[in-house]
Structures are given as C-alpha cells and as structure tokens.
Design a protein around this ligand. Structure first.
Ligand code: AMP
Length: 479
C-alpha cells in the first residue's frame, strides 16, 4: 500500500514522482487519492506540510490530461485554486509546476494581491490552465471580466479556515456565484466552523471526509495562539494597541510566570516603564543592563516576586529560568527560528504552556512557516476590539502583582552562608513566620530571599540591625 503504484496514475506522473523522490504517499495522499482520482468531492483536514498540495494536484493533472490532451493549443482555464495568502499561492504554484513538468505547455499562474494587476490581465488573456489565487484579487478580476471561471473543471479551496479568518467570506460567496455547476471540488481546512460546513454544502456534492491527525509533536504541551491586534487590516499597529491587547490577555490568562519577548531593547524599556506606571510589577532584561542588575531581575523572576519578565532575544540567551507557563511575543520575531526558540521557554518539564503572539492582520500569512517549523497549528483569534477601552480600565483589576518581593543579601556560599542560616535569622530574630518566606537562593557572594510583601519591611529592618550567622550583612529590597 505504501507506494504510488497502487493508484492508477499515468506513466507521466509516475515518472515525475520518481524524479522528485516522492517514493511513497503521505497519509493525506494515501487516503484521499483513491477517491479523488475517481472524481469524488472531498473535504480534508490536514496540516501544512502534510503533502496536501500533491494530494489535490495529482488528480487535477490527470483530469487535465483527459480534458485537454493538447495543452499547447487548448488554452481555456481548467482549474481554480483558492489560497488565503500570496505566499501560499506561490508555494502551491511551484508545487504544481514541479508535478506538471511533463505536461508540456502547461500554464500555471498565481493571481494574488500585493502585485500589480496589469501583468496578470495580460497573462490571463494569453490563456492559463490553472490559476492559483487569493480571494480578493480573484474577485477583482471577476468584476473586471478579466477572468472567467464559468467553465473550470476543478475547484480547490486550500486552507479554507484561514480564508475565513482573513475576512474573505463575502468575496468567497461572490466567487461561488460565478462557478459552473458541474465540477470537481476539493476543500481543505484545519478546522470546520459552521461557515465552512455551509460552504461545503453549497459547493460540494456528497464529499468524502478525510481527517489526518497531525504528526506527533516534539513539544505537545505548548499551545500556540496568535492574536490579531485591531484595527483589522492595518499594516502596522501601534504600541498602545499592542499593550492593551496584551493586558487584556494577561488578565484572562493570569500567568504565574510569563516572559514577554520584544524585538528591540527600546521596546523592552518602554514596555517596562509603561507597565510599572500602571502598577504591574515587571522586570526587564535587555542588553544595557549591568550584570548585578541582571542577576537581581532573574532572581526575582525565578522566585516569583515578579510574574512578568520582558526580554529581548539577545538578553534572554542563557537566561536561567526553569519553565514559564506563558510566553508572549509582543511582536512577531524577525526570524522563524527565533520564534521556535522563544516558545521553547514554555511547556518544559512535562508542564503545559501557552504562547501568545500579537500580530497585525497583514501578518497572518507569516504564521504558516512557523506552523511548518513547529509542526503545529497556531490558533488565530481576532475581533478583540479594545479600541474604546482605556489602558486604565484594562489594568485596573489586573492581578498581576506578586504577593512576594525579594530581599537581596550581600553574602553567599563563599561566605559560608547556607539557606538554613537565612531562614533561622528571619524566623528567629526577626520573628517572621515560615509561611511568609519563599525561595532562598544562595549564589557565590550574594543571596536572594523571596518574602511576603506583608512582612518584607519588618524582615528588612530585622536583618539590617541584627545578624545572620553572627555577622552583619548588607540587605536591600531587590528592585
Ligand atoms: P504540502 O503540505 O503540500 O505543502 O507539502 C509539503 C512538502 O512535502 C512539499 O515540499 C512537497 O514537495 C513534499 N511532498 C509532498 N508529497 C510528498 C511525498 N509523497 N513524498 C515526499 N515529499 C512529498
């Protein structure tokens, strides 16, 4: 079963598959090809990178052979493939050209927004067999009568849920009105909200349904989400809109510990002061920090005196923190590898984690490569319109303050200081109850103690005037 031989593919395609090194079908191909090659409609669920492009392209090319044996003379449009983004459309066109390389004279054209329409009109006039387009631009051509889809034989909706998420519903409904009634229709989607089910009902004929579970993931315990910062369709979104959305999300999530990643150190400082101003206790790590300050920030974060740490990627390198339950990407990182690195900060040691990425509407297409790299779907959420919400009320009942703060002690392991000594001094001389004391971290020459805010002043003055292990030590609140 694990070879393309079992399908009745033309010799031409078998040769191409062999040349491309596609020795065995992927699960989505294996399950869908038998139906698709018989012309059955299909509704398929499978992730990016699963090989679904070939799953629909192979039947499409076979059909092209029988409908259009002389591609050099027959120039009518045969197939329309709709994709959510230009990037995907280009990728799909490339895959079709690869698989169709023995189809002499085959014309495949990406027809997407983001590029001038003129050359597309010229190319369409000359005759194209397969158009791979995004809904907005396809609708545009239909209205200008520069594209005619009334005689296509095959229709593919690739990543239908993404098209819906990107606000293409009306455009899709319009495109559907221009379709011929007899055609082969394949619909792929990672999720099936009611709109997509109803699309399927209105454009498909008794489709077979195929679900391929995503491959087992290297990090199954990280849930990746992306949040579109309103206003929708904006190219860029401003700092305040991001900040408001982040506050809203943090309030919902109420993380015990969270790293907020920013791309530039200026943003780290801006975010830190803005959050401090509205009363959220945060720390920030960025390149300009001196080592002792860096140590303090990390110690406070480790012992949960601060729940939110803002960091640039460079500063976060080598950051010594076990695991956090939440990672926020205040912006998309500049490279996909950085994204993978960032979200790897959560979901460690068998605990589950969430990554929340704030994106502009126009950046939705940048998520596909991230999904490919992580092998996981990123859930997109949008429509959280906070335009009329004030920063003040979003932060008003934000309970992101920690109950603890941190005492810095100017002595450490090399001074023969041990946790018991600090604990003894606090509970003995200072009269502080054990429950009020959190993590005690002893480094070579310094130590940090997490202590409940209720008694931190008392602890501070007690240690300042008293002794630890018979010695006077320097004590401060680490801020
Ligand atoms: P897709 O999910 O369609 O984006 O495909 C993911 C990648 O897998 C593409 O780079 C394809 O060229 C490749 N691919 C598709 N089918 C196969 C196959 N049967 N064997 C090996 N590679 C494949």
């Amino acid at each position: 079963m694990n070879t393309f031989e079992t399908f009745h593919l033309s010799d031409k395609l078998k040769t191409v598959l062999a040349e491309l090194g596609y020795s065995s079908p992927t699960p989505i191909q294996a399950q869908s090809l038998p139906h698709l090659l018989q012309g059955r409609d299909l509704i398929g669920q499978s992730a990016t990178g699963s090989g679904k492009t070939a799953a629909y392209t192979l039947p499409l090319l076979e059909r092209l052979d029988s409908d259009c044996p002389d591609l050099q003379r027959q120039r009518g449009l045969q197939a329309l493939i709709l994709c959510p983004t230009r990037e995907l459309a280009l990728q799909v066109s490339g895959e079709i050209r690869k698989l169709g390389k023995k189809h002499i004279g085959l014309k495949v054209l990406p027809v997407t927004g983001g590029v001038p329409i003129g050359p597309q009109i010229v190319a369409l006039e000359k005759g194209i067999h397969i158009v791979v387009g995004t809904p907005g631009r396809i609708g545009d051509h239909l209205r200008r009568n520069t594209l005619e889809i009334a005689s296509i034989r095959t229709l593919v909706l690739d990543e239908a849920d993404r098209m819906l998420e990107m606000g293409f519903q009306e455009e899709m409904d319009f495109i559907f009105t221009r379709l011929p009634s007899a055609r082969h229709t394949m619909l792929f989607s990672a999720t099936f909200p009611t709109t997509i089910e109803s699309w399927s009902r209105s454009i498909q004929n008794d489709p077979v349904r195929i679900v391929i579970e995503p491959e087992t993931l290297s990090r199954p315990d990280i849930e990746q989400r992306a949040y579109v910062v309103e206003p929708l369709h904006a190219d860029r979104v401003d700092f305040n809109d991001r900040l408001k959305l982040m506050l809203y999300l943090l309030k919902e999530r109420d993380p015990a510990s969270c790293i907020v990643f920013v791309n530039f150190k200026a943003d780290a400082s801006a975010l830190e002061s803005e959050l401090k101003r509205i009363g959220v206790s945060v720390g920030a790590l960025h390149g300009d920090l001196e080592q002792p300050d860096r140590e303090r920030v990390m110690a406070r974060f480790r012992n949960r005196s601060i729940r939110i740490l803002i960091a640039t990627d460079v500063a976060a390198r080598g950051i010594d923190v076990e695991s956090v339950d939440t990672v926020v990407n205040f912006e998309l990182p500049l490279k996909p590898e950085i994204y993978v690195h960032r979200i790897g900060r959560t979901g460690r040691a068998g605990r589950s984690g969430i990554s929340m990425t704030l994106i502009a509407a126009k950046q939705v297409e940048k998520l596909a490569p991230l999904e490919q790299l992580t092998g996981m779907k990123i859930l997109i959420q949008k429509g959280l319109d906070l335009k009329n919400r004030k920063l003040a009320d979003l932060s008003a009942d934000l309970k992101l303050d920690s109950e603890m703060e941190t005492l810095f002690i100017g002595a450490g392991r090399k001074n023969k200081l041990r946790p018991g000594d600090i604990l003894g001094a606090l509970t003995g001389e200072c009269g502080i109850a054990g429950e009020e004391i959190g993590k005690i971290e002893i480094q070579d020459y310094i130590s940090f103690v997490a202590i409940s805010k209720r008694v931190s002043r008392k602890a501070l003055s007690g240690l300042e005037t008293g002794r630890v292990k018979g010695r006077r030590v320097r004590v401060e609140l680490a801020r």
